[in-house]
Design a protein around this ligand. Structure first.
Ligand SMILES: *Cc1c(COP(=O)(O)O)cnc(C)c1O
Length: 368
């Protein structure tokens, strides 16, 4: 098996900038459509719109979190120029089905690997199935360097184009390092499950006074934010290479924790989600479908059990009042909208200890 880490990584300011660079090298621009899934984060349409192109949303599978191949087929038009698929929470998408549709249409497939670096589909790592893949290394992702992303390009002529354009991406200025330091401090707190709610509050406070790098740029179609002209800061590149050399260690604990959740959470208030055959999943977070999500979130908070709610909207965190600005039409992806009302996720990261796992399992099994 070839590890993604053995391949040439083009590093950028963020994951979305890596996607932007791939789209740019593909020649995607004004008048073009790029299909992505609903039940994603704003970073993805942000990159598409920064190219001046139009995001088009395909729904997710019934009871799943990844793109539905038959809905993808329905969303194709003469203006479709590329398809971005996502391996949500680390669960590999239906690659056979999606590759068949994309191949028939003669379009390039880009894999969004921001939630996983180590899951496999029929024995082959995700991120190795399309013309290119992109990764994010910000807080909350499987490999963390701070803020940053990378692209791995498999198509030789596309790789040439990405390489030729790479020189135009600049290093971020000194303001960036100050903000990064503030975020690092909060992150160190957040990665202790019992401090999750405290850290989350602090992070939002920092964001509101401008000390933390805001996660999203203002929605402004046709105008690319400055982020999209930047590459990864030099010290972070060094940190990334070190981390990727130990990627097995970084992801080793995840399957054990996920297995404990999968086997031992047996509660009427949540349902597990089957992942489909041929998939070996290294979760970023472990998802459950809640019968009553608001009630469960409130109970978890009272019990100080780390439970995240993303995604809460089909293009997270865009509220329904702004969906039109990101090209999403209400009701157009009913499965994605339903998943937003159901999903809660549990942590599987390295600092989740066995006591946290036991406490979490007990919380669910005593929940009524
Ligand atoms: C985090 C994330 C991104 C973008 O990452 P940034 O580094 O924040 O730009 C893209 N897609 C998905 C699914 C993500 O979770």
């Amino acid at each position: 098996m070839i590890r993604t880490t053995e391949l040439e990584q083009f590093t950028y300011f963020r994951g979305r900038v890596a996607l932007f660079a791939i789209l740019r090298a593909l020649g995607v621009g004004p008048g073009d459509q790029v299909i992505t899934q609903a039940f994603t984060c704003l970073a993805v349409p942000e990159a598409i719109m920064a190219r001046g192109a139009q995001p088009v949303y395909a729904d997710v599978e019934p009871a799943g979190f990844n793109m539905d191949a038959s809905d993808l087929r329905r969303k194709l038009t003469a203006r479709t120029r590329a398809v971005i698929i996502q391996h949500t929470y680390g669960i590999p998408a239906d690659l056979d089905g999606l590759l068949a549709v994309v191949g028939q249409a003669g379009l390039p497939l880009i894999e969004d690997c921001c939630h996983t670096i180590a899951s496999t589909y029929h024995g082959i790592l995700v991120g190795r199935h399309g013309v290119a893949a992109f990764y994010s290394y910000e807080w909350g992702k499987p490999v963390v360097v701070g803020i940053g992303g990378s692209a791995v390009i498999h198509d030789p002529s596309l790789r040439e184009a990405v390489r030729a354009q790479y020189g135009s991406f600049l290093y971020p200025g000194s303001w960036f390092h100050v903000r990064l330091r503030a975020q690092q401090l909060v992150h160190q707190l957040a990665y202790r499950p019992f401090l999750y709610y405290v850290a989350r509050w602090l992070y939002h406070r920092l964001g509101s006074v401008g000390a933390a790098q805001s996660n999203y740029n203002p929605i402004d179609p046709g105008h690319a934010a400055r982020d999209f002209s930047l590459r990864m800061a030099m010290p972070l590149q060094g940190r990334l290479h070190k981390q990727l050399a130990h990627v097995d260690e970084l992801t080793r604990h995840s399957p054990d924790i996920a297995e404990a959740y999968a086997e031992r959470i047996q509660s009427p208030v949540v349902a597990h989600v089957p992942v489909g055959e041929g998939r070996d999943v290294v979760y970023a977070r472990y998802p459950l479908l809640a019968a009553d999500k608001p009630r469960l979130l409130a109970a978890a908070r009272r019990a100080n059990v780390e439970l995240a709610e993303w995604y809460t909207t089909p293009i997270h965190p865009v509220p329904a009042s702004d969906w039109q600005r990101v090209g999403y039409e209400a009701g157009s992806c009913p499965q994605a909208e339903m998943r937003c009302r159901q999903v809660v996720t549990l942590p599987v990261h390295a600092t989740v200890g066995s006591a946290d796992v036991e406490r979490t399992i007990q919380f669910f099994n005593e929940c009524k």
